[in-house]
Design a protein around this ligand. Structure first.
Ligand SMILES: NC(=O)C1=CN([C@@H]2O[C@H](COP(=O)(O)OP(=O)(O)OC[C@H]3O[C@@H](n4cnc5c(N)ncnc54)[C@H](OP(=O)(O)O)[C@@H]3O)[C@@H](O)[C@H]2O)C=CC1
Ligand SMILES: Nc1nc(=O)c2c([nH]1)NC[C@@H]1CN(c3ccc(C(=O)N[C@@H](CCC(=O)O)C(=O)O)cc3)C=[N+]21
Ligand SMILES: [Mg+2]
Length: 282
């Protein structure tokens, strides 16, 4: 048996179509949801993502601007610019593309963003709000994964969910959302002993490590739902997930591809969060 492919690109398009009413209702009140993306340095991969985000926004008639700064930008100058954006009523969302150059303290920069405009959900107060069950913004990638599981009608209550990766932007919020939905959650990291023993128990397996194709079919429970968050660019320029798709699809019940899986969902949830931020200003 071969796995069902969970088409993130298609689901993202469907969600976008369903946002039209909310966007129009805002426009009738003369509000156009606006996102400002700040990119520091000249990492080519970051430039691609930032361009994808901006294109998605403008196609839907939303405002989006990208501000690019040299890697030499000082922390103070960056924080001052963020404070200006915090006070600009035409800006509903502010996103500082990560990773930042090493001379900048990412925590300090993110905590300068007003929590009401932190559409990534990375601000420490938004992380705390999510943890205590009162989220202001749900981080886009885990949010998108939950929408994929919903669309697949995956029963999460009582499910064994295993999340590999424990970052603040993917693994940890992912685990919280799965837990809230009723799953029994295990979080694995690079020190986990016998990773395969954990992954083989998973009804729902979410992989977010940044280690290309580290999860192979023999590590997957037959019929499991496999969500591959990884984005790894090979030396051939092609994108690879953290899951070896060819072997995993022979065992899993359903699986997300890379590209065309979680990535497009992340962008559409950023749209959702920005619209939500604008609606709160009504
Ligand atoms: N599709 C999308 O929209 C997005 C994709 N990504 C992609 O997702 C991946 C993860 O991103 P991010 O969370 O930011 O990465 P981080 O590097 O911040 O975190 C990686 C996590 O994986 C764990 N890990 C690393 N190696 C192993 C291993 N061999 N076994 C078990 N756990 C391991 C680390 O463990 P430890 O804590 O012990 O260090 C850490 O917790 C990347 O490929 C990234 O590009 C990220 C954001 C959005
Ligand atoms: N503050 C901040 N917020 C983020 O959300 C954030 C970030 N920093 N830094 C980098 C990661 C990564 N990320 C992706 C978003 C979309 C795709 C995406 O659209 N992927 C497409 C293909 C892209 C391609 O072809 O390169 C896909 O998987 O089909 C991928 C990765 C958001 N991130
Ligand atoms: Mg993807």
């Amino acid at each position: 048996m071969t796995a069902r492919i969970i088409d993130g690109k298609k689901l993202a398009e469907t969600i976008k179509l369903n946002l039209a009413d909310r966007i129009n209702a805002l426009k009738e009140k003369d509000i156009i949801p606006g996102l400002t993306v700040i990119l520091v340095g000249d990492d080519p991969a970051s430039q691609v993502y930032v361009r994808n985000k901006a294109n998605t926004f403008t196609k839907l008639g939303l405002n989006s601007s990208v501000e690019q700064y040299p890697a030499s930008l000082s922390e103070e100058a960056l924080c001052n610019r963020i404070r200006e954006l915090n006070n600009d009523p035409s800006v509903h969302g502010i996103l500082v593309q990560l990773p930042l150059p090493a001379n900048l303290d990412a925590n300090k920069v993110i905590e300068t963003i007003s929590p009401e405009k932190d559409v990534d959900g990375f601000h420490i107060s938004n992380a705390g709000a999510l943890m205590t069950g009162r989220p202001l913004f749900i981080p886009c990638t885990p949010y998108g994964v939950m929408k994929m599981l919903e669309s697949e009608k995956v029963e999460l209550r009582g499910a064994e969910a295993v999340v590999i990766g424990a970052s603040n932007i993917v693994g940890k919020p992912m685990a919280l959302l799965l837990q809230k939905a009723g799953a029994t959650v295990t979080i694995c990291n690079s020190k986990t002993k016998d990773l395969a023993a954990h992954t083989r128990r998973a009804d729902v397996l979410v992989v977010a490590t940044g280690r290309a194709e580290m999860i192979t079919g023999d590590m997957i429970k037959p019929g499991a739902i496999v969500i591959d968050v990884g984005i790894n660019r090979g030396s051939d320029g092609k994108l690879k997930g953290d899951v070896e798709f060819s072997s995993a699809k022979e065992v899993a019940g359903a699986i997300t591809p890379v590209p065309g899986g979680v990535g497009p969902m992340t962008i559409v949830m950023l749209l959702v969060n920005t619209i939500e931020a604008a609606e709160r200003k009504l």
